[in-house]
Design a protein around this ligand. Structure first.
Ligand SMILES: [Zn+2]
Ligand SMILES: [Zn+2]
Length: 318
C-alpha cells in the first residue's frame, strides 16, 4: 500500500490528507442488491431448471465438456487472475495473460476486478475483525448466532456491505488503463461468459434444446458451482479446517475443497503467507492453480513467481 493506515476506518496520505477506507450508501446498496439478485439468486434457479430438464433431455458429452471448460476458465480467472496475480501480486505476467485472466475472472460474476480486489485486500487487512465484510466470526457465540454468521459469510453479506475505497486499496490497478477498462466492462464479460457456452452448444448439437442446455450448464450451473466454491472459503474455511501455521485469524485448510477450486481450499496457508503464488506451500498438497502458474512460467508467459522458503515455513509451524 502506498498510503499510511491509521486504523480500520481511516487512512492518511504522506502529505497529511485523510480519507475513509470504506463507505456505505443507499446508492451502493441498490447496486449490491441488484448484483445479488442477478448473480447469487438466479444461478441456483437456473441450476434447478438444468437438473429438472435432465429428466427429458440427457446432458450428453458435448454439453458436459462445455461445462467443464467454462468451469476451468472462470475458476482459473478467479484464482490465478483476480486472487494470486491482481490482489496479491504473487507473480508477474505478460500483458496478454493479465488481460485474459482479468476477463476470465470477471465471467465468474463475483464482482468487477477492481471492486473484488479492493474487497479482498480489506478482507486480509481486517480478517475476522471489524471491517472484514464477510467474517462468520463476528455475530456472537450462541448456536443461532454461529449459524447466522455462517449464512452471512457465505452470501447474505453481499446484499449490503461497506464498499472499500479503491483509491486506498487498489491504487496500482486504478492507474492501469487496461485493467480499468476491463473492470468497467464487467457486465460485458459476464454476458460473454453466457454467450460462449450457448453458441458452442448450439453449433455442436445443432438443436435449440442443445443451445438451452449449453446456456444452463455452461452459464448458470457453472456460475453456481464456481461461486459456491469461492464463498465456501469465507464461510466453511473461516470456521473449520486444519491450521498448520501460526496465523492471527480463524482461516482453515481443506484439501477436498482445493481440488474443486484449483487450490483455493488451502485458505489457511494463504492467510499465513498471502504473497506466496503457491497456496499448497509443499509438494504433497495438491494445488492445480500453482501447477498452471509453473506451466505458464516454463512457457515464458509469467515470471518472478513468489514462494516461501522451507525454513520460513518451519518457523511459522503451529
Ligand atoms: Zn487472498
Ligand atoms: Zn479468508
Amino acid at each position: 500500500m502506498y498510503l499510511e493506515s491509521i486504523d480500520s476506518r481511516y487512512y492518511e496520505t504522506p502529505d497529511g490528507r485523510r480519507g475513509k477506507k470504506a463507505i456505505q450508501s443507499d446508492f451502493l446498496r441498490r447496486i449490491q442488491i441488484r448484483h445479488f439478485l442477478l448473480f447469487t439468486v438466479l444461478p441456483p434457479i437456473g441450476t434447478a431448471v438444468a437438473i429438472a430438464l435432465l429428466f427429458w433431455y440427457p446432458l450428453g458429452w458435448p454439453v458436459f465438456a462445455i461445462f467443464l471448460i467454462m468451469w476451468s476458465i472462470t475458476s482459473v480467472g478467479q484464482t490465478l487472475g483476480y486472487h494470486r496475480l491482481f490482489a496479491h501480486a504473487s507473480f508477474k505476467a505478460h500483458p496478454a495473460v493479465r488481460a485474459a485472466l482479468a476477463i476470465a475472472g470477471s465471467m465468474a460474476g463475483l464482482g468487477s476486478l477492481i471492486s473484488w480486489t479492493a474487497m479482498h485486500r480489506r478482507h486480509h487487512e481486517c480478517s475476522d475483525k471489524p471491517g472484514d465484510m464477510h467474517s462468520p466470526n463476528l455475530h456472537g457465540e450462541t448456536r443461532s448466532a454461529r449459524l447466522r454468521g455462517f449464512v452471512h459469510a457465505h452470501f447474505t453479506w453481499m446484499m449490503g456491505h461497506e464498499y472499500p475505497n479503491v483509491n486506498y486499496y487498489t491504487p496500482e490497478l486504478m492507474s492501469d488503463y487496461r485493467l480499468l477498462w476491463i473492470s468497467r466492462h464487467y457486465m460485458t464479460w459476464i454476458v460473454l461468459g453466457l454467450v460462449i457456452p450457448t453458441a458452442a452448444a448450439a453449433l455442436i448439437t445443432g438443436t435449440w434444446i442443445g443451445a438451452l442446455n449449453g446456456f444452463l450448464w455452461g452459464g448458470a450451473v457453472r456460475m453456481f458451482v464456481v461461486s459456491n466454491a469461492m464463498w465456501s472459503l469465507n464461510s466453511f474455511l473461516h470456521i473449520w479446517g486444519s491450521k498448520p501455521y501460526k496465523c492471527r485469524d480463524h482461516s482453515g485448510n481443506s484439501g477436498l475443497l482445493a481440488l474443486f477450486s484449483w487450490g483455493e481450499g488451502w485458505h489457511h496457508n494463504h492467510h499465513a503467507f498471502p504473497h506466496s503464488a503457491s497456496f499448497a506451500l509443499t509438494w504433497y498438497r495438491v494445488d492445480p492453480g500453482y501447477y498452471l502458474i509453473r506451466l505458464l512460467q516454463a512457457l515464458g508467459l509469467v515470471w518472478d513467481v513468489k514462494t516461501v522458503p522451507a525454513q520460513r515455513l518451519a518457523e511459522r509451524a503451529a
